[in-house]
Design a binder for this molecule. Sequence first.
Ligand code: 3MF
Ligand code: MG
Ligand code: MG
Length: 412
Amino acid sequence: MNPIAPDKQIALVDRLTEACGGGYSPDVRRRYFITGPQWAPAYQGQAVFHAPVRPPVTFETVIEEYAKMGVNYWCTHDTDVIPTQDLFTPRQDEIVARIKASLSKNGLKCSMVTTETFHHAVWAAGPAAESPDVRAYTQRRLENTVGIGHELGAQYCVYWPGSLGYYTQGAIDETQTLRWYADGINAACEADIHIAKQYKRPPLKHCLEAKPFEPQAEILLPTSDAMLAFIFSGLVRYPEMVGLNPEYLHELMWGGAPRASLARALLCGKLFHFDINDGYRLKHDVDIAVGLVNPLDWLNVLVLLRAHNYEGPFNLDYKPPRTTSAHAVFSMSLPTSIDRFITLWEMAGEVSSDPIIREATDALKAGGAVSDPKDVGSIVEANKELLSLHELIGHRIFQILIGAHRGRTYSL
Ligand code: 3MF
Ligand code: MG
Ligand code: MG
């Protein structure tokens, strides 16, 4: 193949994206509660060890592009859009007013707001540091974000305490730090109760998001399960207002099964919000877009969520890779991510209604006819052949993933 001149490359990428087919119209995409974070397309590729590869983008551009694509909801960290030095000043109000105008011009809603408690130097020792000044500042920031959330009409507020931990063991008291962290969440909930009344709106849903490592070396609330224990520990004053925002990759990173983590959150009634992406076990937080690494696992995750009528947001918390251009972030990366999600969602519906899987599952639940229920040998004998259905169900889900159930064949 001949070299592709730089001025021909956008046309090539656009043509091949189009040639992939399988894209959904913006109207179809709008049927889903898919939320688009400011930070995903605004990510410039500046991960650890890397210089940025893409120019900055404004919230106006991001909101406009989401609208064209068919994403109905936008979400943000406070400092993604308001410079730290402008927080709590009239500049903040001006920016929030501009965001409101941009959302309404493009027909979008703000779904969620979150406080950045990891990037700025003030969080060097985390949001629940020993210094009372830092903790008082954290509380002001959390309360301020709740206010911004109500002003923008958000329903959710997310907390990712990635800097709640330490590099040097023994330097901090873990129990005390967790109590201080709870003080922050309690202050945010109290402010919410108060502000929600002023706005005559229901309070926000406060969602904790766990990640097992990064950026701290050791993290005090590393998993969704740790957070469930924290919510019910007695330290959180309004446990009914607080739930989880699990992230698919964060559960995978520690070696967990994301579907099982989500199941535990569902059992506790705490699956409020869900960050969708993909990546690898026991690696850093690569934030690859949904379905590019573990499509079979993703399919199974969505089968679970459909079965439990999950109605919360699916938040596109991924990072377009450094190899993707600024143009392709909007023309290829985001739309193809959304479309893989929708396809997997549709497939999950096929898994749930597949007659083979249904019959196999029912048969497993019916069990074998045991001749002597007190005899362990009879129990084994009665179920032995039936249990082969476990593997068959796995095979059938694979067939649904590759379309074999619809007659797609491969000849050797
Ligand atoms: C970090 C994350 C965060 C959180 C965000 C939520 C930048 O690994 O996943 O995204 O999702 O801070 O509020
Ligand atoms: Mg996340
Ligand atoms: Mg992540």
